[in-house]
Design a protein around this ligand. Structure first.
Ligand SMILES: C[S@@+](CC[C@H](N)C(=O)[O-])C[C@H]1O[C@@H](n2cnc3c(N)ncnc32)[C@H](O)[C@@H]1O
Length: 239
């Protein structure tokens, strides 16, 4: 029995601190503590199956919010070699730093511009990780709030920091045969999109060419099954 199997399902939902409701990104889905924990655990399983995550791997959670995935890691695996959560929102990041950090779990606040989450931030595409150092990069519902230039810029950075055999599991709003990039598309997925970058939807061909040009190859694509109808991608470094 592996460590992970031995641990699976053993932790009481209350064993790891949970952020208050107002700090949970995707809040409407996560009113109940059980749902919040289950979503983190579910995504760690997905990373294990689709992106090779294991306890000896380094995991970069880009756009980590208040640490939903870190909570999933603690429940399912105990720890990985290095969990590194990165986000632009000080209140969420500070909560995660104060409540979830340990010798295998760390968080870094960055100050990059995002019109929705950090409008006064800097216009750079840095992600704090050494080149070739990230075994698994997870970025859930982050490209769904970025326009073309930002997706291209960050995809270049991700291609640089991924380990040679590394994988990036990311979600985005992607559809076939739609305009290249639309912010808050009307009548899309039966939801009301309002405010800066609430929903950025890409044409699939356009999006995949953009990330290919940035140095990432599509390993897997699953349409429409993630939160609010986002699609899931697994990328590798383009050889
Ligand atoms: C919809 S939330 C998703 C949070 C988390 N990934 C989850 O699924 O629970 C998007 C997150 O991306 C973060 N974000 C946006 N732009 C960013 C950037 N340039 N660098 C790091 N984080 C960013 C936001 O602050 C926010 O926490």
């Amino acid at each position: 029995m592996t460590d992970a199997t031995a641990r699976e399902g053993r932790l009481d939902p209350a064993a790891v601190p949970l952020p208050p409701y107002r700090l949970r990104m995707g809040g409407a889905h996560f009113k109940r503590d059980d749902d919040f924990v289950a979503a983190g655990v579910r995504d760690v399983r997905l990373l294990r199956q689709r992106a090779g995550l294991g306890r000896r791997k380094t995991l970069l959670d880009w756009g980590c919010g208040a640490g939903r995935l870190a909570i999933g890691v603690k429940h399912l695996l105990g720890n990985v070699a290095d969990y590194h959560g990165v986000d632009v929102q000080p209140e969420l990041l500070t909560w995660a730093q104060e409540n979830l950090s340990d010798e295998h779990t760390r968080f870094t606040l960055v100050d990059q511009h995002n019109a929705r989450y950090n409008p006064d931030g800097q216009a750079t595409y840095d992600i704090p990780a050494e080149p070739g150092s990230v075994d698994v990069l997870y970025s859930y519902s982050v490209f769904s709030h970025m326009l073309t230039d930002d997706v291209a810029g960050y995809a270049r950075t991700i291609a640089r920091i991924l380990a040679p055999e590394g994988r990036a599991l990311m979600t985005a709003f992607v559809e076939d045969d739609v305009p290249d990039c639309v912010e808050n598309p009307a009548d899309y997925l039966n939801l009301e999109w309002s405010g800066a970058l609430h929903c950025v939807r890409f044409d699939r061909r356009f999006f995949e060419q953009l990330v290919w040009d940035a140095g990432l190859a599509v390993e897997e694509y699953v349409h429409g099954r993630e939160t609010d109808g986002q699609s899931m991608y697994v990328f590798s470094r383009r050889g």
